[in-house]
Design a protein around this ligand. Structure first.
Ligand code: MSP
Length: 538
């Protein structure tokens, strides 16, 4: 077999052999488990939900490219008073409310090409079993106690606040700004106070568990203040999972919800499967739910004798007009309006990959970021239409006019080979650090350099021959590498690029790092121009 064919699929060959004859292991060397928060079913999916889910999806796709066995979980959080009240307001049962809205999430994830391996709903029997098993274990270990509770409560947060917090905010919820309600009931309490020291030790021993650094400090701050025991059950509502040792109580929605991450991998049902995936999990979450994930969740697991999660990646809000999106502010934006366009709102159709690119590329992971339609338009036209789209269409046009439509092979000693190597290293490091925006910025450097290379040599002005072949071969090789590196962000358009440059299969089926090696585009393949990948939008 020709050296250039090794390690990739072309029109006529498939191999799992890497360059130099090193075989690529079919058995994954590592596992990658990634989760999104599970979304409440009181609200339909908006771009804030999509933001987290697209990032999780791109991470899962990147790890699949690395040949890792990957499990990507998302789902819906369906119990609690908030859902019960919305259902009542809509004149339907909570289950109907959950069924309808959960379906909306599934539809939108399908629209956005989300490749989740499982979709968990907290009303499923498998989840009831797992929640009851976890909480029973914590109870058996002596960390749960019954007490009478009264205090200010926010239904939107599904959380009690301390009197001090309530006073500080004038009787309003610190997150929502709406009046807190006074609740009083018999509750089971989780003895969180006993976990202050174990949590501090866990943070000390796992300095990278909470990312980024600022969010780790925020979590540590909460723990260092000293932790109070927390109420984990309710008698005031019935829409929840019954406490197994006292079925008059249901678990408070957060303890039910957090457990989803272990239900889906078989906690309480399939110990072998559970051991396979836990604790090497990467949770993605917004900063509003840091306390639950970075304090309560590891403490619950420690109390049950289970290791806390490997990594918690906390991101900021996606703001619209400087404000967090909410139904009451009427500033929600829905994914389909940006993917398919919405004339009434004056939105162009960015397509699925245009949408995904914006939310992966625009905001660095961590701080808040403001969504701007104009910003999205500018970025789409610059990065996708001009840089990537133009590279493909220019190359295909010149291959048609100067090479009879057959793409030449790259030069091994191309000046772009070194750039490709650096770009791969930077891209890989950024994905490993959960920094999609940096990863795409790195990948786009290769596109820009290839465009400059074309402009410097102007093959369209030359007569057919080796000089033209060299420049076009290099540009085709860049397109091949970019198709692989950008496939987590742009699954559809990179599959299209792959085909148009004559390769068979998909970019996403390739394996890194082998597929990023310079010189694998074999040449001799038919290159097709086709319609603009990313039509310019105005
Ligand atoms: N159901 C809980 C999570 C339980 S996880 C065990 C919940 N649901 S939520 O639907 O309200 O929010 C889910 C996630 O979406 C949170 O991480 C939240 O930060 C994120 N976002 C919701 N709106 C958002 C923005 N405007 N911007 C960024 N993320 C946003 O909380």
């Amino acid at each position: 077999m020709n050296d250039h064919l090794q390690g990739i699929q072309t029109g006529d060959a498939t191999t799992t052999e890497a360059p130099g004859g090193v075989s690529v292991p079919d058995v994954p060397s590592q596992r990658f488990y990634v989760t999104t928060p599970i979304y409440y079913v009181n609200d339909i999916p908006h771009i804030g939900h999509a933001y987290t889910t697209v990032i999780a999806d791109a991470l899962a796709r990147w790890h699949r490219l690395l040949g890792e066995e990957t499990f990507f979980l998302t789902g819906t959080d369906e119990h609690g008073l908030k859902i019960q009240r919305v259902a009542a307001a809509n004149g339907i049962s909570p289950q109907e409310q959950a069924d309808r809205t959960s379906e909306r999430f599934r539809e939108v994830w399908k629209l956005l090409d989300i490749s989740n391996d499982d979709f968990i709903r907290t009303t499923e029997p498998r989840h009831t079993r797992s929640v009851q098993a976890l909480l029973q274990q914590i109870h058996d270990n002596g960390y749960i106690q019954k007490r009478r509770y009264s205090g200010p409560y926010c239904v939107a947060c599904e959380a009690y606040y301390s009197d001090a917090e309530s006073q500080e905010h004038g009787g309003n919820c610190p997150v929502h700004g709406t009046p807190l309600e006074h609740f009083e009931e018999d509750n089971y309490f989780f003895k969180l106070s006993e976990f202050t020291q174990p949590l501090l030790e866990w943070y000390e021993a796992n300095p990278h568990a909470v990312q980024p650094e600022g969010k780790r400090n925020e979590a540590l701050g909460l723990i260092r203040q000293g932790l109070e025991d927390i109420s984990i059950s309710r008698t005031s509502i019935s829409w929840g999972i019954p406490v197994p040792w006292d079925p008059g109580h249901v678990f408070y929605v957060w303890y039910d919800a957090l457990t989803n991450y272990i239900t889906a991998i078989g906690y309480g049902a399939d110990p072998e499967r559970f051991e396979t995936w836990w604790p090497s999990v990467h949770h993605l979450l917004g900063k509003d739910i840091l306390r639950f994930h970075c304090v309560y969740w590891p403490a619950m697991l420690l109390a049950a004798g289970v290791e806390p999660p490997h990594q918690l990646n906390v991101h900021g809000y996606l703001l619209v007009g400087g404000k967090k999106m909410s139904k009451t502010r009427l500033n929600q934006i829905f994914p389909a309006d940006l993917v398919n366009g919405n004339e009434k709102l004056g939105f162009a159709a960015f397509g699925v990959d245009g949408f995904r690119y914006q939310f992966l590329r625009d905001n660095p992971f961590g701080p808040d970021g403001d969504f701007s339609y104009e910003g999205m338009l500018t970025r789409y036209n610059a990065d996708l239409a001009n840089n990537l789209g133009n590279l493909l269409s220019r190359v295909a046009t010149v291959v048609a006019s100067k090479c009879g439509g057959i793409g030449p092979a790259p030069q091994i000693a191309s000046p772009l080979a070194q750039v490709a190597k650096e770009v791969y290293d930077e891209t890989a490091a950024a994905w490993a650090a959960t920094a999609p925006s940096r990863a795409l910025e790195a990948t786009w450097r290769l596109i820009r350099e290839a465009n400059s290379h074309l402009e410097a040599h102007e093959p369209w002005k030359l007569d057919p021959g080796p000089a033209v072949d060299a420049v076009l071969g290099d540009a085709l090789e860049v397109l091949r590498i970019v198709a692989v590196l950008a496939s987590p962000a742009l699954p559809t358009t990179t599959a299209e690029i792959w085909q148009r440059i004559g390769l068979s299969g998909t970019a996403a089926e390739q394996r890194l790092p082998e597929a990023a090696s310079w010189g694998l585009y074999p040449g001799g393949l038919r290159v097709t121009k086709g319609a603009a990948l990313f039509p310019r939008l105005s």
